[in-house]
Design a protein around this ligand. Structure first.
Ligand code: UDX
Length: 454
């Protein structure tokens, strides 16, 4: 029939909450579920517990329209849904590089036990290849066999800051399915996305494939993006010793459409809740499967990325005329302003953020560090409580011997170097994201150091 299936999203973290809200916006009747009662009551009250442009408005509109509900009760979820999307977290294991599947196991098991009619369970979380088969076994062990509950896999590719667009207007949809019924259900569950595209004269490419491929697409895409960033950061390392400028190099190679100019920004490296953990989990899984050698380069990608953080410390020592001992630079009796704490601008996310990691490294080397971030201070304080947090750029840079720009917020890019120069003890700046204009800062009397620039 043409009726739209009713949807549920299990796990209302970044992924699940965004999907639940956006699919309600597309006209589906949606239930969002989480074990965290606090998260659920905030969402039900119209509050998005993280920073994502556009999402709060959509949440309130769809709550008011009655298309969107939130619950901690799995019975309600089972009763509502024709298609259940598993969106729970798959963090890095506490004692290893692989992914921790506890939340997947728990949510799928609990749901399977509550189901009273045929339904489709669709995995969305980023998982090691092979998880979909295991989920299918979990379902067959825990659901009534007479219901014939089916499983599918459909990875997501959303970027923080663009999550609403990425869900409403995805550049592709990937589905791993085993039956025509599952394929048809997933088509119906995405009909709203296809309809929206049609009204805008676009088409959304769909890749229908097997479980393993669907699972691999996600980690392969992230591995490629991480590799692209580490490639340009490796070129930055070479530029540093050869006297080249990686920003011009990136621009020049990026004009080749086979290479492309995106994700070629050299700097202090990638962070966030996805790329670092996903490339580690991917290596670990490939090793288990006997293909460890194929992904050995990802270890190198990780190392290049982490070396960029050490590079900022080296530059700090160089600019401050400090010795670098075997344990790293000695930065005692220096005052350093760190501008940026989040892993990228327009986000409040500090997970695996290079900026915050470097701030901690500078403090460990003895510097008095003052951090300012437009959105990330609360989250940063929770992770690194011993650092000092300023309420403004001006407060952070006051009497600083060195300013480090480590996240490319517009506020920092547009800062006036002459005005800031009046506040600092000495005009020294490290541009960890190559986001400042070296000529402008140099003219204002600053000693400027970028990443991979002469
Ligand atoms: C990423 C993927 O882009 C997304 O498709 C996937 O679903 C989840 O992981 P996200 O974590 O939101 O999304 O961040 P992204 O914008 O990709 O940036 C990742 C990190 O790479 C940031 O720390 C960013 O500063 C860094 N980066 C990005 C660079 O250092 N250079 C670049 O050229 C691009």
């Amino acid at each position: 029939g043409s009726a739209r299936p009713r949807l549920t999203f299990l796990g209302t973290g970044y992924l699940g909450a965004t999907y639940a809200i956006c699919f309600a916006e597309l006209g589906y009747e949606v239930v969002g579920y989480d074990v965290d009662a606090d998260k659920i009551s905030r969402l039900a009250a119209g509050e998005v517990p993280f920073h994502e442009p556009g999402l709060p408005e959509l949440l309130r509109r769809n709550l008011a329209a009655g298309r969107l509900r939130f619950t901690t009760d799995m019975g309600t979820v089972a009763e509502h849904g024709d298609v259940h999307f598993i969106c729970v977290g798959t963090p890095q294991q506490a004692d290893g590089l692989g992914a921790d599947l506890t939340y997947v196991e728990q949510s799928v098991t609990d749901l399977a036990r509550e189901l009273r009619r045929k339904a489709l369970i669709v995995g969305k979380s980023t998982v090691p290849v092979g998880t979909a088969e295991w989920v299918e076994q979990l379902v067959s062990r825990n659901a009534d066999p007479a219901l014939d509950v089916e499983v599918a896999w459909s990875p997501e590719f959303l970027q923080e800051g663009f999550a609403v667009e990425d869900v409403l207007r995805p550049n592709r949809i990937v589905v791993g399915v085993k039956s025509d019924w599952a394929n048809a259900m997933l088509y119906a569950a995405h009909k709203g996305v296809f309809d929206l595209a049609a009204t805008e004269d676009r088409e959304v490419p769909v890749v229908v494939t097997d479980f393993a491929t669907a699972e691999l697409v996600k980690v392969a895409a992230n591995a490629f993006l991480a590799t692209k960033i580490s490639f340009i950061n490796a070129m930055a390392e070479v530029c540093e010793v050869a006297g080249g400028d990686v920003t011009q190099l990136a621009r020049a190679i990026g004009y080749d459409p086979r290479i492309g100019n995106r994700f070629l920004q050299a700097g202090v490296g990638f962070g966030g809740g996805c790329l670092p953990k996903d490339i580690r989990a991917f290596q670990a899984r490939a090793g288990e499967l006997g293909a460890g050698e194929a992904l050995r380069f990802l270890h190198e990608v990780d190392l290049i990325n982490l070396r960029r953080r050490t590079r900022v410390l080296q530059l700090a020592a160089e600019l401050l005329d400090r010795r670098v001992g075997p344990a790293g630079p000695d930065l005692f009796n220096t005052r350093i302003a760190v501008l940026g704490a989040t892993f990228k601008p327009n986000s409040d996310d500090v997970r695996d953020a290079p900026a915050l990691a470097v701030a901690a490294m500078l403090a460990k080397a003895g510097a008095e560090v003052h951090v300012y971030d437009p959105q990330g201070t609360d989250n940063a304080r929770a992770v690194q409580p011993e650092l000092a947090y300023a309420k403004s750029v001006n407060e952070a840079v006051e009497r600083a011997d060195l300013v480090c720009v480590l996240t490319e917020w517009a506020d920092f890019r547009n800062a006036d170097p002459a005005a800031l120069g009046e506040l600092v003890a000495a005009r020294r700046v490290i541009d960890g994201r190559n986001c400042l204009d070296p000529a402008l800062w140099t003219q204002a009397g600053w000693k400027y150091r970028g990443m991979g620039r002469p």
